[in-house]
Design a protein around this ligand. Structure first.
Ligand code: GLN
Length: 291
């Protein structure tokens, strides 16, 4: 019975041009019936009418190109489970490279202070806090709705005692309660899709993800400029800044960092070979004076 239900759903999703129709249908049925995917694959599952009803509305949403993560309400990132809603971007696997680089940067610094600009679900900030148990993290976002999700995720992963949330536009606190101080590490996955490239995004992203998290409505580089301009006054002398880059933006970001007086010191490629993380140091730690 579950096999017929599944086959019909796969058919509907394929008709909606969804390449991962089978996988998506399996994940959604598992969620609707509150079982593991394995139980669906063995073919012994009996689907209650309640679960069937739930599954049907989930498939309808997916056929309208809503991402699976929003339908099930959570997404795995850096081996941790995060609640997601339409108020936040769905964490992407390529962003895990930013977290790895961040953890490496603060490895020898217990008590490191970390700022995550545009935290959204809190995925980056929380993955850092969980894996760097001494780190003190500030998760900043312009969206109060996003910060509420980040707070819930921090509680879920028991790092809320080391993570504070700041309602802020880049470095500028918006509610007077938090003044962003200085940090040993600043990280960000800012909205970097240019206004021109918006139309090329998949419907899952363009229609369903928050526009405020995707684009600067300009050339895609505005947030790197703003982050770079304020960086040095929020960085300790040996602090690092690292950002996720959109495909093809790495050279422009390196130039922006240099112009802001920062010292670029590395680019990390993602699994597709795309330069994905751009790193810079506070130049004050590297005086130019010849010895
Ligand atoms: N990585 C997103 C995409 O799929 C963009 C996210 C962002 O702007 N930071 O295009």
């Amino acid at each position: 019975m579950a096999a017929d239900i599944l086959a019909a759903a796969i058919h509907r999703l394929e008709a909606a041009d969804i390449e991962t129709a089978r996988l998506d249908a399996e994940v959604l049925l598992a969620e609707a019936a509150q079982v593991s995917r394995v139980e669906i694959l063995t073919g012994t599952l009996v689907v209650s009418s309640e679960a069937l009803h739930k599954f049907d509305s989930m498939v309808t949403r997916r056929a309208a190109r809503e991402p699976v993560a929003y339908i099930v309400g959570h997404k795995e990132f850096f081996s941790l489970d995060f609640e997601v809603t339409h108020a936040v971007l769905i964490p992407r696997p390529e962003t895990e490279f930013l977290v790895s680089a961040a953890l490496e940067a603060i490895a020898g610094k217990p008590g490191a202070r970390v700022l995550d600009i545009g935290t959204g679900s809190g995925a980056i900030a929380i993955a850092i806090a969980v894996n760097a148990p001494g780190a003190i993290v500030t998760a900043a976002d312009i969206s109060a709705e996003a910060l509420a999700i980040a707070r819930r995720n921090a509680r879920q992963h028991r790092v809320d005692d080391r993570m504070s949330c700041a309602l802020a536009d880049v470095y500028e606190a918006l509610d007077n309660s938090e003044v962003l101080g200085t940090f040993d590490l600043i990280v960000s996955n800012p909205p970097y899709v240019s206004e021109k490239s918006l139309a090329q995004l998949a419907p899952e992203i363009l229609i369903h993800e928050p526009r405020v998290a995707l684009t600067d409505h300009s050339d895609g580089l505005q947030f790197y400029r703003r982050i770079a301009q304020g960086a040095r006054s929020h960085m300790t002398d040996d602090a690092q800044l690292m950002v996720e880059a959109g495909a093809g933006q790495d050279h422009a970001i390196v130039e922006i960092f240099e112009r802001a007086g920062l010292a670029p010191n590395g680019v990390i490629n993602d699994l597709a070979g795309i330069p994905r993380v751009v790193i810079a140091s506070n130049r004050r730690a590297f005086p130019n004076t010849p010895r």
